[in-house]
Design a binder for this molecule. Sequence first.
Ligand code: BES
Ligand code: MN
Ligand code: ZN
Length: 490
Amino acid sequence: MKFAIDNTPADKIDTACLVIGIHSDAALQGSAELVDKASNGALQKLIASGDIDSNWKSATLLHGLDGVVSQRILVMGCGEAGKLDGVRYDAVCKSAGKFLRNHTVTSAHVCLNDLGADGQSAHWLLRQAATTIAWSNYRYTATKAPKDDDSKPLESVSFHAGADMQASLDEASGMAKGFHRSRDLGDLPPNICTPAYLAEQAREIAGSYENVSVEILGKDEMAELKMFALLAVGQGSVNGPRLIVLKYEGKDDSSQPVVLVGKGITFDTGGISLKPGPNMEQMKFDMGGAASVIGAFEACADMQLPINVVCVVAAAENMPDGNAYRPGDVLTSMSGKTIEVLNTDAEGRLVLCDALTYSQRFNPLALIDVATLTGACVIALGHHASAIMSKHDDLAEELLAAGQTAVDRGWRLPLWDDYQPQLKSNFADMKNVGGMPAGSITAGCFLSRFTEGQRWAHIDCAGSTWKWGGDEGSSGRPVGMLTQFLIDQA
Ligand code: BES
Ligand code: MN
Ligand code: ZN
């Protein structure tokens, strides 16, 4: 989808669809006011007669108004003016994007950013409008060909802004690209999106940018590094594990990188501790953490941010098999610490612990892992927030703030040492499960044992990275939070 800037007044712009916003309790402003004036009050009349819905997120399509050049006008309801904060504004833009995606038009001119939302800058308003409209424009097509009568995606969108705002659209392009990559990877079926496929995608990204390089480690290399926790998880599958390392150099190599680590379980059956049958297909999203760190990495490369970033993906498939690891096994991780496996379904922390140990060689400025780690996280926060855990208040605050800015929000959970005893084992340095209470936190506590001395944060995106029900599919999250975090670092 192509973005452009166009400063032509709303009533004069020649576009397939003009998108404007109105409040339910305030006078028309900006582009809506212009359209109303040019049409001799026609807009106001339609609002008064109830033909245009001004409630939050509603969409009404008008077919031409006398005095207005555009053939169509999409009027977005923004609800009460005083309530329109960043989050509600973002939802209006998303709703507009969804309407346009489901409509036959392939281009539009969007003026929603001239509405203003409480406390938001012109840069943010434009970037967020462009990012969310591109997000809404996504559709999965890899294994389902579009039909002739399907609505067409948007090909190009212009925004009402001055030429000095190009940087906002460049940011939006980067973010949109990252989200798109993450959603595509998440949506792909597990027979296509294997560890080797993720590695191929990383190679493809590396091939597209001069300052990106990639290294792929297979079984043998991992064995040499003594990554026996990661290897154990992968050993029941014919789709062998990979450790994928992408490096982006946006700054001289003496500058410490942000290291993003992703859980890339391309399918999680639970292994010998087999999951129940119903809904098991959802476990193709168990590489959502990997997809989001790859997406954020690509966004960063696309924007050519002046920072260094390393992306490490621990990719494996968790299968039951004659060669699979078992409950009772004691694994020696790369760190040398031993782990008693009580449940082979707590596999994410096992692949991550070795990836986190490995990542310390990069001397990270910040070490952030992202994972669909626990079902408990979905119970605690649902699909709206990613869980953030860190002993570093400043890092947690930076991630929370980035999530707020990108409207890809997180919520913090404690990582107090009080929870650590739940991981005590009689046969190893720790167990891989901490029992019923605080399942997301004890998973975080497990990882904390492999990040000592690091400025580290853990993000559990089990609920946020995908949605189920009618609109099932990958959300791409937390690409927004991570990309904003990288922008804030730069
Ligand atoms: N991938 C799952 C977590 C998950 C479950 C994500 C549901 C999204 C939706 C993870 O590998 C897992 O199975 N975790 C177990 C941990 C338990 C065995 C301690 C869980 O949450 O049940
Ligand atoms: Mn599992
Ligand atoms: Zn899992």
